[in-house]
Each structure stands twice: as C-alpha cells, then as structure tokens.
Design a protein around this ligand. Structure first.
Ligand code: UDP
Length: 424
C-alpha cells in the first residue's frame, strides 16, 4: 500500500461484510418450476466449495443490492462459499463514483487529478483488505473497478460486472476506467449493446431477475396492500400513478411530475406517488428529492416516500399492487428491475424505451412503451381509460416474468459462468 493510502485522513474503505438471511433454492420450485431448480443443482455440483467474493458499493437501495441480496444466500444454499462485501466510502469518493456512473451512461463529465486520487486511494485501501484467498472475485460497477489493479499477483479469476448502460460512455469516464477494467479477466454486461466500444477483454452478457419470494415480490392479499397504501395517506378512492425509483436524473422524476400534470387535465382526481430508496452510494439522491419536494409543496395529490420513512420492500409491493398505472420514465437504464417487479404484480405499465426496459416489457402486449413526456401522459390516460386493456397486459406481464425474469434463472446463469471460470 502506498503511504498516501495509509495516511489518508479519513481512515477509509474497510470493505464491510454484508449479513444476509438464509434462502433455499428448493422453495422456488413452486413458483419457477422444478426444471430450472434441478438445473441449478446440477451446475452447483460442478463448483461446490468455490470461494467467491462479490464486491459492490452498497448493501441497500438500487438494483445491484437487490440482486446480491438473493444471489448470495442462494449461492450459499447451493454449496458455494460466497461472501459479499461493500466498499465503504465517504461523500467525496461517492461524488467521484456517481460522476463516473453518470459518465458511463453518456453524461459529459471530467475527472480532475484530485478526484482520480480520491478514487484510487479508496480502491487501493479496499484491495489491501479483501485478502487473496478467492477463486473468483466479481467486482460490480465502476466504484471498486480499480481494486484489481492493486492486487497484481492475484490467483483469482476477476470479473467486472457492469450494470449500467455503457453503450455510449463519455470519453473521459471510459478512458479513465478502461485501464482498470481491462485488468480483469472477463467483463459481464446486461445487454450486448452495452458493451463499450473497443474493450480489450472477453465479455459476456447476463440479464438480471427478481426474487419472487422476497417481501417486495411475494403474493400479497389486496386488502393488505390497500391498507398499507392507505395508511401512508394516499386515497384509495381515487386513481393512483406510481414510480418506484432512486431519485436520479436518469429516472427523470421531474418528467414524471410533468406527465402527471398533463394527465390530470383528463383525470383531475389522479394522484401521484414517487417512492424512492436512498442508496448509500448515491449522494445526488437527496438533492433531487429536495428539488421535487419544493416543486410539489402546494400539491395535495402528489406524494414522496423514501425508505427513511420506513417505506421498504413490503410497501413497494403494496404500491405496485394498488397503483392504477405504474410508470418508469427512464431516459437511460441498466436493466430496470422495477419494471419486472411491477409486471409481476400484473400492473398496468408505461415505461421509457431505455436500456433493459424493452427486453422486459413488450409494447402493446404486456404494457406500453413511451417516448417524450406528452407521449407518456397520453399512454397513462389510455391505460386509465381502459382497465380491460390494463388487465390483459397485466396477465401477459406475469407470464413473461415467470418465464424469463425470476431469480432461479439468474442463479443458473451465474453458476454457468462460475463453472466456466473455475474450470479454467
Ligand atoms: N427500490 C426500493 N425502494 C424504493 C425504490 C427502489 O426497494 O423506494 C428498489 C426497486 O424495487 C428495485 C431497485 O431498488 O429492486 C432498483 O433497481 P433498478 O434496476 O430498477 O434501478 P437502479 O436503482 O439499480 O438503477
């Protein structure tokens, strides 16, 4: 470790072990079918005992945390020795990494030498603390992407798992990250079109999935869902439009507000709920939350909820059950787990044509895709006017998710990857 890292005034970056509740793959037989669970078991037998480290930047809020909360315990249940650690960081570090995240999604950014230093010091510190007894290390997203560079002698196979839409990254972000990323043996992206141009290591793709047995996605009797939403002050007598997302510019919460205002000219009773978890690695979240709060100060029918008010998985589940229309107005999106989550509840959905959304939602079959804000508002009004159509889409959405986007399928894909890497 350099003296710079040792002497860093923050005493930073002890990668923290994430503690998780147990999960059992056999419990998924009923919802996902025997065949996929049997396949998981067969693959797991080939990699039993493999020591795997998943390294990410937050244990709460956002899709990566959601995925690892299920993948890690299910991996353990299948005999893999898997551990999940999160890189702890301070505000300055997460400002840099959020900027890199935005840059990888195409925003014009610049990384100053001081920011580069901040980023590397944290990564170096993490590298010095994770040990080198792993067979495979999976590094998620840009935050810990340089860790591998600080362990040059490692015997592990290193995988960089990129969850963002990196199809057209800003040059400053990609040229900064690229040398670190290319120290990995392998990179995994959500969709083929996200693989950045001229990456110099082998790549593969893997599509995320939702966990049908966690409190967010479990079957919920309607009366309980209605109670939970009603208790939060939302009227159950009037229509409700919902977006569940981090407060992030790519999720366009201001655009949602505008679409709601337009839709209200047709449905004056329409309420809006924006439900957003605050991810520990996303310092932009509160800023955006506050700007929206200021904008709706005089609105009786617009609601903002966060996990800090105790609005968590169960409440998100309840909202997705109760909403008359769910929107996901993303401009850029990695996958957008929330879309599969809402489809799984049979919700009527209008979503942006961004990233992984069209992979999940078939336009005019399981929901509607929309373009600009006017278009969004028009589609929202269309679904509110046609509950019959909404129900038809909902039934197809449930079937699609059951077939393609449930957790055992992702466990299977992950095990296939491990079998290939450990067998090398
Ligand atoms: N989420 C949540 N509570 C909220 C907002 C979001 O639990 O108030 C969850 C959401 O249900 C989903 C994840 O955070 O599981 C977001 O994943 P997604 O892929 O949609 O977007 P990301 O945040 O990773 O960009």
């Amino acid at each position: 470790m350099t003296a710079r890292a040792q002497n860093h005034p923050l005493g930073i970056a002890h990668p923290r072990k994430v503690r998780l509740r147990r999960k059992q793959i056999d419990r998924y037989r009923e919802v996902a079918g025997d065949a996929i669970v049997d396949e998981c078991r067969e693959l797991a037998a080939r990699v039993r005992g493999a020591r795997v480290l998943e390294l990410s930047s937050t244990a709460t809020g956002g899709g990566v945390a959601e995925l690892l909360s299920s993948l890690v315990p299910l991996g353990r249940d299948l005999g893999i020795d898997v551990e999940w650690r999160v890189v702890t960081g301070d505000r300055a570090f997460f400002d840099v990494t959020k900027s890199l995240h935005n840059g990888m999604q195409g925003m014009d950014i610049a990384i100053t030498p001081a920011q580069a230093d901040e980023y590397l010091v944290h990564n170096e510190q993490t590298a010095s603390q994770i040990g080198d007894h792993w067979d495979v290390v999976v590094v998620h997203d840009p935050q810990p992407a340089a860790v591998r560079s600080f362990i040059p002698e490692s015997d592990a196979v290193w995988v960089w798992r990129c969850h963002v839409d990196s199809s057209a990254p800003c040059a400053a972000a990609w040229e900064f990250l690229r040398p670190y990323v290319e120290k990995h043996d392998f990179a995994v992206f959500t969709l083929p079109e996200f693989i950045p141009p001229n990456i110099g290591i082998p790549t593969a793709t893997m599509v995320p999935a939702i966990d049908p047995l966690n409190s967010k996605n479990r079957a919920l009797p309607m009366y309980l869902a209605r109670q939970a939403v009603g208790d939060l002050g939302v009227s159950l007598e009037r229509p409700l439009m919902l977006q569940v997302s981090r407060f992030d510019p790519w999720k366009d919460p201001h655009g949602v507000l505008e679409a709601w205002r337009i839709a209200r000219s047709e449905f004056p009773d329409l309420q809006l709920a924006l439900v957003g978890a605050m991810a520990a690695d996303d310092p932009e979240g509160w800023q955006i939350y506050e700007s929206i709060e200021a904008e709706i100060r005089d609105e009786r029918d617009a609601f903002l909820f966060t996990d800090q008010m105790g609005v968590n998985g169960f409440e998100v589940n309840a909202f997705q059950h109760v909403a008359d229309v769910v929107v996901q107005k993303s401009i850029r999106e990695g996958f957008g787990l929330v879309v599969s989550e809402a489809l799984w509840k049979g919700a009527a959905i209008v979503a942006g044509r961004a990233g992984g959304i069209p992979t999940q939602l078939r336009d005019g079959e399981s929901g509607l895709l929309a373009g600009d804000t006017e278009d969004f508002a028009a589609r929202v009004v269309e679904l509110l006017r046609r509950p019959d159509l909404a129900r038809e889409y909902g039934a197809k959405g449930i079937a699609d998710v059951r077939e393609r986007f449930l957790m055992p399928r992702l466990v299977r894909d992950q095990l296939k990857m491990l079998a290939e890497l450990v067998g090398r």
